[in-house]
Design a protein around this ligand. Structure first.
Ligand code: GRF
Length: 214
């Protein structure tokens, strides 16, 4: 039985599409049980419907605070019994209640080589700093924003002449490979969250697995 995974989106869902394609191609063993969005206009919902995956949507604007929205999301998601929650461009900060409820089960991808550049606008910050390497990191979600234990990072060389927009596109392309790979490792049990740390093949992982791309 493959691991039941819910994917949470707010927008275009190119990462969601990468998961759909990897499962269809047989290179990823996950049961994509539901795609959830806080935005009814998220294009990713259409991608899910086209792939025959159930969808659910709760608009955060209908709630007066984060806590009550998150409680409603928990109630909805729990109906699908997910073993793994995959944040794929889900543009809501999760409350401690949500993080605790799904401790060790939530993955995020952040477009930077964490711990560098948590937060927004990462591509421009990398260019401004003159960094040689940039990329994207898959990590377990904890209460610290973009700060949970890292699992797998995809990296590429920065061309100092490229724009932030060009860099964003290159990083997104590698995300579509590293995110399904990382989720597959968690789904199969090779990577786990325990005692606040990531474990890879039974050993505490101080550093993530790193893939280098052209
Ligand atoms: C990705 O670039 C990811 O790094 C960030 O949100 C973006 C989602 O893009 N967390 P998409 O909706 O999957 O195209």
């Amino acid at each position: 039985m493959s691991c039941r995974a819910a994917i949470l989106i707010s927008g275009s869902g190119t990462n969601l599409q990468a998961f759909i394609d990897a499962v269809a191609a047989g290179s990823l063993e996950l049961d994509l049980c539901v795609v959830f969005s806080n935005n009814p206009n998220a294009f990713g919902l259409q991608r899910a419907e086209k792939a025959g995956i159930p969808t659910a949507c709760i608009e955060h604007g209908d709630f007066s605070d984060r806590e009550s929205f998150d409680r409603a999301v928990i109630e909805e998601l729990d109906r699908w019994n997910p073993e793994l929650l995959i944040l794929a461009g889900f543009m809501r900060i999760l409350s401690p209640t949500f993080v605790k409820h799904y401790e060790g089960k939530v993955l995020n991808i952040h477009p930077a080589l964490l711990p560098k550049y948590p937060g927004l606008n990462t591509h421009q910050r990398v260019l401004d700093a003159g960094d040689k390497w940039h990329g994207s990191t898959v990590h377990f979600v904890t209460e610290e924003l973009d700060g949970g234990p890292r699992i797998l990072a995809g990296r590429l060389r920065v061309d100092p002449n490229e724009t932030a927009e060009e860099l964003l596109h290159r990083v997104q392309t590698i995300e579509h490979q590293v995110y399904p790979e990382a989720a597959g490792l968690v789904g199969s049990g090779r990577v786990a969250f325990n005692d606040g740390q990531a474990w890879i093949d039974g050993k505490v992982a101080d550093e993530p697995i790193v893939r280098t791309f052209p």
